[in-house]
Design a protein around this ligand. Sequence first.
Ligand SMILES: Cc1cc2nc3c(=O)[nH]c(=O)nc-3n(C[C@H](O)[C@H](O)[C@H](O)COP(=O)(O)OP(=O)(O)OC[C@H]3O[C@@H](n4cnc5c(N)ncnc54)[C@H](O)[C@@H]3O)c2cc1C
Length: 512
Amino acid sequence: METDGIKIKTIEIRLPIEYSKGELEQEIARIVGSNLFFYDIILKSLDARNKKDIHWKMRINVIEGESKYHFKSNTLEIPYRKRHKKICVVGSGPAGFFAAYVLQKAGYETIIIERGSEVAKRSKQISNFEQKGEFSESANYAYGEGGAGTFSDGKLTSRTKNIDREKNFVIESYIEAGAPEEIRYLSHPHIGTNNLIKVVRNLRDKFEEIGGKILFETTLQNIEINDSQVVAIETDKGKIDCDYLFVASGHSAYDTYRLLLHKGVKFQNKAFAIGSRVEHLQEVINLSQWGKRKIKGLKAAEYKLTHKAKNALPVYSFCMCPGGKVVQASPRNGLSIVNGMSYYSRSSPWANSAIVAGIYLPELLNKEITPSEALDWLEKKEQVFFELHNNFELPANIIQNFIEGKGSNKFPETSYSFGVFDYDFRELFPDAIYQSLRKSLIDFSRKIRGFEEGLLMGFESKTSSPIQVIRNENYLAAGFTNLYVIGEGSGRAGGIISSAVDGIKASTTLIE
Ligand SMILES: Cc1cc2nc3c(=O)[nH]c(=O)nc-3n(C[C@H](O)[C@H](O)[C@H](O)COP(=O)(O)OP(=O)(O)OC[C@H]3O[C@@H](n4cnc5c(N)ncnc54)[C@H](O)[C@@H]3O)c2cc1C
C-alpha cells in the first residue's frame, strides 16, 4: 500500500500472552528484515481457539527506513465558521454529547440539557444507592452525565457498517480524554467505569473550552412547535429558544417518549429483545474458554452465545461483562431493570450477561398495537418485576432449576447489591419467551461447561428500544423542519459507539 508516496507494508504477527515492547519490535524486525522502521498496530485480538496455544494475533502497518511519516486514522473533518444559530440538545449520553460536540466545533451555539447530575455527584449518588439503598431519580445507572453508558463495562464494539470516520472520531476523542490507547486497535475494546467517569468529565471540559454549555438537573418538559418547526423548549428551570432541537434522551425516559408522541413525532414498532441476566463465577467461564482458571496477562474470558430452537424465538447473550457486576439500571423508583458493568481491571469474581429472546411485540401479542402501547407494555413489565417485593430485590433461579421448571431454595453468592429471591419465571414472561429461554439455556449449558450452575435474575429490557422514530434521509423527524431524534431513543442505534455515531451523522447532515 502506498500513502503520500510512502510504502506501507501490512504484516501479521503472533505473540505470547505476556510480551514486552522489545519482543514486539524484534518480531517486526525479523519479518521485515530490518531494524529501522515505524509501525502502527491496527488490530490486536486474542486467539483462544486452541486452549493449549492461546496467543495474541496482531495486524501491523510498517514503514521501513527513517521516514518521518505519521500514521493517521481516517477521521472526521469538521469545517468551522461562525454560524449564529442556536442548538438545543436534550441528553448528555453518547448521542447527545457527540452531536453537540461536533456542532459546537462547527461554529454553532450549542447547549445541552441533562436531567441527571454531573458525573462526580452521580458517582456519589450511585454509591449511596448501592450501599444504603437511597435511590436518586436524577442520578442513577440510566440518568446523569455521560448517559446510560457511563457506569458500564464500556465495551466499544459496534456492528454498524460504514461508520469508520465517525467511529474513529469517537475513539480518538475518548483517548484524548484519558481512555487507554489500546481501544484504537483491540478487537474487543472496553474502557470500564473508572475510565469512563474520567473521560466523560474531561470531554465536558473540552466542550466548554470551545464555548459549549451544559445544564445539569434540567429536564425537558415541553416543546413549542410552530408550523412543523420547533421554536423553543420548556424545562423545569425555564424556557430556552432554539433554531434546532436534537433529542437524545435514550430509551429509559418514557416521559420524554410520550412527550414526543404527544407532539406529533412519528414512531413505529420495531423488533427488540427481552429476557434476564445470568451470572457465573468468572473462573467457570475462564475454564470453559481457556482451559485454565486464570492466565497471567489476561483479564477475564468472554463468551457470545446464540441459539434458535425449532418453533422458538431466537435467543442470544448480550452485553457480556467479564469480571463485572450486575446492577439495577432503573431510571425511577417503581421499575426494576437489570444490566451489567465492570471496571477496567475486570477483576471481580463474577461474569454476567443478558440472555434475551428477540421479539416483535405485535407478533408476540398477536394483535396490532401502537408505539405508545408498546411502551406501556414494556414499562408495565418493568413495574411487575419491581412490585413482586416492592423494592429492587430480584426474582431469580439457578439455571438448571429454571430448565427443569423447579424453584431454588439456596442461591450462590451474587455481585448484585439488593439481593435475590426465588420466583417462578413462568408467571413473569409470556410462554413463548419462557420456553425459548429454557431451550436455549439447555444449549448454552452444552456449549459452556458449568453454565447451568449460574444464576438467572431480574428483567433485562434495555437491549434496544421497542419503537423507532420515522425520519428522512437528513435525519430529520418526519414532518419537522428542525427536529432530530437521535441515539438509542430513536430506535436506530444501540450501544455507546452506534449511539455516538448516530448523533454525529445527524449533526454532520446539518453542517453540510
Ligand atoms: C449499566 C449499563 C451498561 C451498559 N454497557 C454498555 C457497554 O458496555 N457497551 C455499550 O456499547 N453499551 C452499553 N450500554 C448501553 C449504552 O449505555 C447505551 O446504548 C448508550 O448510552 C445510548 O446512548 P444515548 O446517548 O442514545 O442515550 P443515553 O446514554 O441513555 O443518554 C440519554 C440521556 O438523556 C437524559 N435525558 C432523558 N430524558 C431527558 C429529559 N426529558 N430532559 C433532559 N435529559 C434527559 C438522560 O438522563 C441520559 O443521560 C450500557 C447501558 C447500561 C445502563
